[in-house]
Design a protein around this ligand. Sequence first.
Ligand SMILES: NC(=O)c1ccc[n+]([C@@H]2O[C@H](COP(=O)([O-])OP(=O)(O)OC[C@H]3O[C@@H](n4cnc5c(N)ncnc54)[C@H](O)[C@@H]3O)[C@@H](O)[C@H]2O)c1
Ligand SMILES: [Zn+2]
Ligand SMILES: [Zn+2]
Length: 349
Amino acid sequence: MHALVTRGRPGLELVEIPEPATPPGHVKVRVLRAGICGTDLHIDTWDAWAQSAVRPGLTVGHEFCGEVVEVGEGVTDFAVGQVMSGEGHVVCGHCRNCRAGRRHLCIRTSNLGVQRDGCFAEYVVLPATNVWVHPGATVATTTAQQLDVFGIYDPFGNAVHTALKFPVVGEDVLVTGAGPIGLMAAMVARHAGARHIVVTDISEPRLELARSLGFRALNPREHEIEDVQRELGMTEGFDVALEMSGSPTALVGIIENLNFGGRMAMLGLPSAPIELDFGKVVSHMLTIQGIYGREMFETWYAMAAMAQTGLDVSPVITDRFAFADWEGAFDRARSGAAGKVILDFTEGA
Ligand SMILES: NC(=O)c1ccc[n+]([C@@H]2O[C@H](COP(=O)([O-])OP(=O)(O)OC[C@H]3O[C@@H](n4cnc5c(N)ncnc54)[C@H](O)[C@@H]3O)[C@@H](O)[C@H]2O)c1
Ligand SMILES: [Zn+2]
Ligand SMILES: [Zn+2]
């Protein structure tokens, strides 16, 4: 089969490798769609993080949907022909958090496309416990657009996990970072009943995308977040902030604009330590909650329920490339001007 692998140097390679076997307790999936994520770009670049975390020869990619084509010995919950999305965090099952049912807090998580072979390939194998089936869906009954969205349930789950960490009903929400996950988080907050939602980014195409989705969006380098608060009639500050950029200045902006007792859920991954006014965190009794991955599988139930009740995140998918044109897709994702860029494994296959 064709797979996109890292050779331990800059630039991924599309190579021919044997199809993976399906061990007991595992499921083999024919990949239909996959999303390109910042992580994949880091591995493609082979930066310092990739060098420390990834072994050469690994198949990259972790956001995907596909069709179950084989179930391993002992797997009874899943059947050939089902359409599924993959939960890319494979947990140990033995640490204290796993045993308590808090699998998203596993201390030995192994990530698809980082520590184990991922989904930028015609087939991927993963533990049955990491399969999320879309009830009743088969390749014949699923539209191309539904498949696109199923392909990004992983980052959609990041957005849902972050946006629902604190109650947002009737609350004023600040979202810093209008990347695909920040935009989906803003959509989730709106769907869940937030009052005002303000989105910030420093990239004009991303701000445009946010506006096209109906959000009040601003560049904090050009406008004060406080001015927008005034315009909206907010008098005391944001109740909830969703940090979706990893940028130190975004974090500082949040601290400055939260109300007393405000809460921040932080998904954006800073690349270095950040200096912060913790005096304000204390005196304003702010809560900062880190968010990693998705709750297994509470977040997935929430995602499915929101999709069922009319939340459509498909507008964040701006580009779709055939798998064979993965280089074009990576260039587009790297440009930072697109929303979510996905690979289609059915096109030209
Ligand atoms: N914690 C997790 O489990 C997890 C999972 C996936 C992604 N992430 C992280 O979440 C973040 C969002 O992911 P994404 O795929 O949408 O990333 P992305 O890089 O596409 O989007 C981040 C956006 O933040 C913007 N930004 C940069 N500086 C800013 C600032 N000062 N103020 C406002 N916006 C600013 C960028 O212009 C960009 O549009 C990234 O940091 C990513 O690494 C975390
Ligand atoms: Zn991702
Ligand atoms: Zn564990």
